[in-house]
Design a protein around this ligand. Sequence first.
Ligand SMILES: Cc1cc2nc3c(=O)[nH]c(=O)nc-3n(C[C@H](O)[C@H](O)[C@H](O)COP(=O)(O)OP(=O)(O)OC[C@H]3O[C@@H](n4cnc5c(N)ncnc54)[C@H](O)[C@@H]3O)c2cc1C
Length: 332
Amino acid sequence: MILIVVEHAAGEPRRSALELVSVGRSLAQASGAPLAALVLAGAGTGGTGGALGAEAVAERMASFVPDVHVVEHEVLEPPRAETMTRALAHAATTLGASVLLLPASRLGLSCGPRVALRLGGSLLEDVTSVAFEDGAVVATRPAFLARVSVTVVAEAEPVVVSVELGAPPRASPLGGAGGVHRLEVPFEARDERLQSLSRRALAKERVALDEAEVVVCGGRGLGSAEAFERHVLRLAERLGAGVGATRAVVDVGWRSYAEQIGQTGTTVAPRLFVALGVSGAVQHVSGMNRSGVIVAVNTDADAPIFRISDYCVVGDVNEVVPALDEALAGIG
Ligand SMILES: Cc1cc2nc3c(=O)[nH]c(=O)nc-3n(C[C@H](O)[C@H](O)[C@H](O)COP(=O)(O)OP(=O)(O)OC[C@H]3O[C@@H](n4cnc5c(N)ncnc54)[C@H](O)[C@@H]3O)c2cc1C
């Protein structure tokens, strides 16, 4: 079986799930193995991963794959690597998965190695394409800051694969509705080494960065945390965009790490990426170079970001962004 792990929020599968369906379908077609999806959620919490969420997500996924398996348990909310790993490993074994497809998100990157090790399988991490060749699972992954493409072959089953966001296309739904099945996982006391005592939102809910169709990203060229708020946050709000930052901005404490884009941050692949005062260092570019259209504003006409940009504005963010904002306000 080819088993897709579905990330979800607010009762909706995330974009990565639909991308994994594309990969799963081609692997299933090439190998003749059945295709199924796995939804993990906390039971009875009513939150984003809660009971209502799980049901809605499973029903939605059932229009993409023939079978959806749902694990609901209170220890899965909030999600933690130990409990998720137990659930993933148990599901993969019970369902007889030969390939387990995960998004290369925090979930995939923290649980993928654990599951592969626990099951004595192989791990293909951060891949951009995956296929069956002569009976083996073969994948390509970028290396050395995406300057080199490496081909990797799995030598043991099950094969745990984490796929980069934006690499495969999003799948379309099938005509009919697949089956939804409950799966019980025997969690153990030692799976729960952490307890959440309380949860509170620290920031106003914004568009999730790795899901966003539009990203506005600010760099050190903005000059201050206040200017970041004035320019990046305002433009992001107007465009309904996710907010991103460079590591330089995170290191000086203007923004939190959750917004960092790049090699050591989040990978994004929006339709539109707006870079304000960003130099375009390789470590940053490796996290955003799959964006559709890239617009950059920079005072330095030789800034490396312009080499990968579709629209290059040589100018000061303090002049260009207010003018852009005004123009957009005129459009409505
Ligand atoms: C191991 C490693 C991992 C790393 N991982 C990451 C990562 O994940 N993400 C990441 O972003 N970086 C990462 N970095 C850091 C990276 O190398 C760069 O230092 C960083 O991306 C630079 O951020 P910046 O573009 O904001 O700043 P700078 O390089 O300082 O660039 C600022 C830019 O703003 C322009 N500018 C200045 N004033 C204005 C103005 N008024 N209007 C318009 N433009 C202006 C300048 O011309 C310049 O191009 C990593 C580095 C290492 C060594």
